[in-house]
Design a binder for this molecule. Structure first.
Ligand SMILES: Cc1cc2nc3c(=O)[nH]c(=O)nc-3n(C[C@H](O)[C@H](O)[C@H](O)COP(=O)(O)OP(=O)(O)OC[C@H]3O[C@@H](n4cnc5c(N)ncnc54)[C@H](O)[C@@H]3O)c2cc1C
Length: 318
């Protein structure tokens, strides 16, 4: 069990911002390292959208995202992890080292928390397609966001990919070369200026490209229907992959001056430390593959590095 909870005037060894797969893995590690830490979570994990994941090892029959989160939280709490609801609204450097986080704990309760280290595990949010009742379509597997995650479950189906530019084409090529020879790329009215090499990829995989705007996108029974302008062609698909992109929740890191790449993800070193000393990052906010096992790996690396570098004593060493 947790030896004691840090008060607002007492610096934590680490404040973990975000309680998705990354933040909850860090919680387990910190609890087992007997560190003084807290997880603040706003409760909007991308993992909560997962109907069933089949690529998280150990779950041969698959496991839902909410169940992953529930089990992770329960496991960390078994070791006394302190996981609370709230939103970190600001992060400042503290005189003498470390950070002060401003926290909105809901119902008008605000507090400041001091921490020697901060682990940012705030994740990302999908840019959703313009479709009625997206959550229902995601739960039914009609709309998907990640062919690396669940392309296998879409194999040999009639697939639409919506997206712009090379990101849209890249996802269409990934699906076509791996899972289906019936792939259509819908660019939603934006023209696709392809290099000869990209055009070659698209042709080799027989990807149909429709650049006409889509006037209506809706679920029709167990299929997705898309209506184009011009000829007004009605298209039907089994699955629609959205490659419209993600909004990375990196504001807190960027405000502190952490370096990030053009996509908005933060750049970290081999220990998952950002370019701001003491500020670590894990999961989707970090440049690279956005997968649960990767998020967990980042968090394990970051938590271990923080524990090893932590100047403060562990709870028992006080
Ligand atoms: C439909 C769908 C299916 C997917 N399927 C798979 C799959 O099969 N396999 C796989 O590996 N991956 C899958 N993914 C991707 C997976 O969900 C992500 O890789 C994973 O959730 C990333 O974990 P994370 O902890 O970095 O971020 P998240 O899970 O997004 O968690 C971030 C948490 O931080 C909180 N937060 C954000 N800002 C603040 C703040 N300022 N203060 C406090 N808390 C904050 C958020 O509310 C959230 O709870 C899927 C994603 C989707 C949408």
């Amino acid at each position: 069990m947790s030896r004691r909870r840090a008060g607002t005037d007492e610096a934590l060894d680490c404040l973990v911002v975000g309680g998705g797969p990354a933040g909850l893995t860090a919680a387990l590690y910190f609890a087992r390292f007997r560190r003084r830490f807290r997880v603040i979570d706003a409760g909007a994990s991308r993992a909560a959208w997962i109907p069933t994941s089949h690529n998280v090892p150990f779950f041969a029959e698959g496991i839902s995202g909410p169940e992953i989160l529930r089990r992770q939280r329960e496991t960390a709490e078994r070791y006394g992890a302190d996981i609370v609801s709230g939103t970190v609204t600001g992060l400042q450097r503290r005189d003498g080292g470390g950070f002060v986080a401003s926290v909105d704990a809901g119902a008008g309760a605000n507090m400041d928390i001091g921490a020697r280290h901060v682990l940012l595990a705030t994740g990302a949010a999908d840019i959703e397609p313009q479709l009625p009742d997206v959550p229902d379509a995601v739960q039914r597997g009609l709309v998907r966001y990640c062919p690396i995650c669940d392309g296998y479950e879409s194999r040999d189906l009639k697939i639409a990919v919506i997206g712009h530019g090379s990101a849209g084409l890249g996802e269409a090529v990934f699906v076509a070369r791996t899972y289906s020879d019936n792939v259509t790329l819908l660019t939603l009215g934006s023209s696709l200026e392809l290099s000869p090499e990209e055009r070659g990829h698209a042709e080799r995989h027989r990807i149909r490209i429709i650049e006409a705007p889509i006037t209506a996108l809706e679920t029709a029974g167990n299929r997705i229907a898309a209506m184009t302008t011009g000829g007004g062609e009605a298209l039907q698909f089994d699955v629609l992959y959205s490659a419209l992109g993600l909004r990375y929740r990196t504001d807190l890191a960027v405000a502190l001056g952490a370096a990030h790449d053009p996509t908005g993800t933060v750049i970290v070193d081999d220990h998952c430390q950002t370019t701001v000393k003491g500020l670590y990052a894990a999961g989707a906010v970090v440049r690279g593959l956005d997968q649960i096992v990767i998020a967990m790996g980042h968090a394990a690396v970051a938590a271990t590095a923080i524990h090893n570098r932590c100047e403060l004593p562990t709870v028992d060493e006080n």
